[in-house]
Write a protein that binds this ligand. Structure first.
Ligand code: SF4
Length: 355
């Protein structure tokens, strides 16, 4: 099995996928690509939150042509997602897409694929071959995850061979099942059989809480085994939420060190402050500014200081007041309404002292 450090390096715009210890983060825009200004604003928001590359769907020529504006203005490597009409892949590549994602089942025959390969080669772009559980034959749907994983891999095999026969190897593979065990098996098989970088994701994931759990369940064992060169946490939410979730997962698995660690307690009968809104606000600020500190917001001063003693900064609640701790030591206390500003001051001063 190849670990991510050993996969082939594939150039996608200004970044390289594969051959690196850090998995890259991507998401997909939620607005029709031809609505250029809105899409650009969404791209820039995801970029600020840490997106390494973004995928955009291409439904018509207007979408494909929008790539020239969006790639130039966003500075992000963009992947064109193409179904059914390979001519849209050609137009998107012509317009500045750094990669195209094609579904082997519906892109047309070998001749169409060859035209896409020729164009990708000419434009120094990559091709992602993506299969999902829809690519599995109906009669295998009730079989074990292992059998379905084999079928998922078999669905891309002829296309990988076709690209290799054309001496094209700037390939990224994705095998997104909707079932966790099927997806994990499929990626493990792919890491054994192919040298190409793998894009991980669980598709058809569901609303926020459902999909977060399912994606973490599916991606964590793979990421911890060293499998996965790019990831997407698919959520029925805006792409900004996907980027945040992907960063949190990578950080919690030790794969993104330069990122905040945020801790808050589950609250209990001892809590006498309004913890949840403050916890969310602090976490969002830390992540938006990518502040690489450990910060805790705890409900009480009975267990809070002990549980957060490893934090750089911790707020522990009292009766309508908060106490601030720095590296486990009590610094000062203040009324509830001052908590956010006081914590931010402490964060800025700690960052300044560590520079
Ligand atoms: S830190 Fe305090 S308020 Fe929070 S769960 Fe623990 S005991 Fe309860």
């Amino acid at each position: 099995m190849r670990r991510r450090e050993e996969t082939r390096k594939v150039q996608v715009g200004r970044i390289q996928i594969g051959g690196s210890g850090r998995p890259l983060v991507q998401s997909m825009c939620s607005i029709k690509t031809s609505r250029k200004e809105e899409v650009l604003a969404e791209l820039l928001r995801t970029k600020a939150l840490g997106a390494d590359l973004m995928r955009l769907s291409v439904l018509d020529e207007e979408d494909a042509r929008a790539f020239s504006f969006l790639a130039r203005e966003s500075g992000l490597p963009l992947v064109a997602d193409i179904h059914f009409d390979h001519r849209l892949a050609l137009l998107a590549l012509e317009s500045g897409a750094s990669a195209v994602r094609i579904n082997p089942g519906n892109i047309g025959g070998a001749l169409c694929a060859k035209e896409v390969v020729d164009s990708a080669r000419r434009h120094h772009a990559a091709i992602r071959i993506g299969a999902n559980s829809g690519s599995i034959p109906k009669e295998l749907e009730e079989r074990s995850p292992k059998v379905r994983a084999e079928a998922l891999l078999s669905s891309i095999a002829p296309y990988v061979s076709l690209l290799e026969s054309l001496d094209f190897r700037d390939i990224v593979l994705s095998l997104k099942g909707s079932d966790v065990r099927e997806t994990v098996e499929a990626y493990r098989l792919a890491a054994e059989r192919y040298p190409y970088p793998l894009h991980l994701g669980i598709t058809e994931a569901g609303p926020l809480e459902t999909s977060l759990v399912r994606s973490a369940a599916g991606l964590s064992p793979l990421l911890l085994d060293g499998i996965g060169d790019t990831i997407r946490i698919s959520l029925t939410e805006p792409p900004e939420e996907e980027i945040k979730a992907a960063n949190r997962l990578l950080h919690d698995l030790g794969l993104l060190p330069d990122f905040p660690t945020f801790i808050s307690c589950p609250t209990c009968g001892r809590t006498e402050v309004d913890l949840l809104p403050l916890a969310r606000k602090v976490r969002d600020t830390l992540e938006e500014r990518r502040i690489p500190l450990t910060v805790a917001v705890m409900g009480c001063a009975v267990n809070g200081p002990g549980e957060a003693r490893h934090a750089d900064l911790a707020l522990c609640g009292g009766k309508g007041r908060w106490a601030l701790y720095k590296k486990g030591e009590h610094v000062l206390s203040f009324p509830e309404e001052e908590a956010y500003d006081r914590l931010l001051e402490a964060i800025d001063s700690l960052l300044a002292s560590e520079r």
